[in-house]
Design a protein around this ligand. Structure first.
Ligand code: DQA
Length: 151
């Protein structure tokens, strides 16, 4: 069974309590539950990981390389906009990377318009709340299926 890793970055453990106008009221645990449920439906194994420490996120990505994870869905939070270290770690992977954001980052402050991952991600899904993650998972499965079909 294909394995997909969902990576949640800095401050995302506060979903549910943090700025509900931007991020809704779902907790990170509820997001991971919905990802696991959709993963079951789509026939893939989904694991969620969150950290507030940049180096730990890099180490988890290195481990994903060793584990041959099939795809990554990542919401790196504010790291998206400035972390060369996480970008470099992600660039080591051969697996497809899907970038997601709960809020519509391009309709917010200018510093959120730039993603360090844009060139290495298959695409970005932003502005649909928890559905951004679920759509990201569907995109990840489609990317895996395309690789399997040799496309
Ligand atoms: C976010 C958007 C980022 O700009 C912000 O720093 C976050 C959350 C989102 O999911 O909308 O922490 O990634």
């Amino acid at each position: 069974m294909a394995k997909i890793l969902t990576l949640h970055g800095v401050n995302l453990n506060m979903f549910g309590k943090r700025d509900p106008k931007q991020y809704g009221t779902a907790t990170l645990a509820q997001i991971d539950e919905q990802m696991a449920a959709l993963g079951k439906e789509l026939g893939v194994d989904v694991e969620g990981y969150q950290t507030n420490i940049e180096g730990e996120m890099c180490s988890r990505i290195h481990r994903a390389f060793e584990e041959n994870v099939d795809a990554i869905v990542i919401n790196a939070g504010a790291w998206t906009h400035y972390s060369y270290a996480i970008r470099d770690a992600l660039a080591i992977l051969k697996a497809p990377i899907i970038e997601v954001h709960m809020s519509h980052v391009h309709a917010r402050e200018e510093f959120r318009h730039k993603s360090m991952f844009a060139e290495i991600a298959r695409g970005q899904i932003s502005g649909f709340g928890v559905d951004s993650y679920l759509l990201g998972l569907r995109a990840a499965v489609a990317a895996i299926n395309a690789i399997d079909a040799g496309k």
